[in-house]
Structure formats: structure tokens, C-alpha cells
Design a protein around this ligand. Sequence first.
Ligand code: DGP
Length: 118
Amino acid sequence: MSIEDNPTIFGMILRGEIPSDTVWEDEHCIAFRDINPAAPVHILIIPRKLIPTINDVSDDDKFLLGHMVTVARDIAAAENVGDDGYRLVFNCNRDGGQTVYHIHMHLIAGRGLSWPPG
Ligand code: DGP
């Protein structure tokens, strides 16, 4: 599916139709601050390719998913939260709490995070 066909709010961000506080951009993904932050640092890393849920990830996407993790590592360092720590989360479907059907990795940091999640 091409970027033009992405019907989600993140498709609108990728096309520049709505603004975002972008902290990273490369040929594979972009990252921007969450509009409703759950912690002092809350950044979403999303692929340019539309993949609706983690269930839809294919073997061809292995590089992309690994790349998103290395981008998260670099953003965490840039945000000065690498040493104190952070959480990387993909929510999937209803029980996972997914609300936007374009996969996105949450990078959450800046306070102690409880476990298990609610
Ligand atoms: P999830 O529940 O895992 O699907 O997370 C979706 C996140 O997307 C949620 O934390 C709020 C965020 N979000 C939704 N709409 C927008 C938007 O228009 N801009 C930004 N920056 N974040 C958004």
C-alpha cells in the first residue's frame, strides 16, 4: 500500500497534512512526540510503510522492525534517557490498546514506569 492510500491519522502526518513535533526522519521511518504523552518523554516511531498491526508484519519487514529499534536507541540517547531507562511498546488490536492502525513503537521515559502495565 502506498503512502497516498494510508487512511490513518499517521498517514496524514506522513503526508504532511497535519503537523507533528518530529524528532527523527529517515527513508524508512519517522518519529514524533505523542500528542497525549504518558510520561515526560513519549515518542512514537512509525514506519513509512503502512502495516496496520503487528499481526501484519511479514518476513520482508524484519530489517524495518530492527531499524526501528536502533532508531529508538538513538532517540533515547538524544533525549538523555538512555542510562536511566525507557520502555518500548507496540500495542496490538483491542486488548493491546491499539487505537491507530498503523504500527508504531512507543518510546516512553522520564519517570519510573510500573510493571505489569494496567
Ligand atoms: P496506540 O493506542 O498504541 O494506538 O497509540 C496511539 C498514540 O497515538 C496515542 O498515544 C496518541 C497518539 N496520537 C493519536 N493521534 C495523534 C496525532 O494526531 N498526533 C500525535 N502526535 N499523536 C497522536
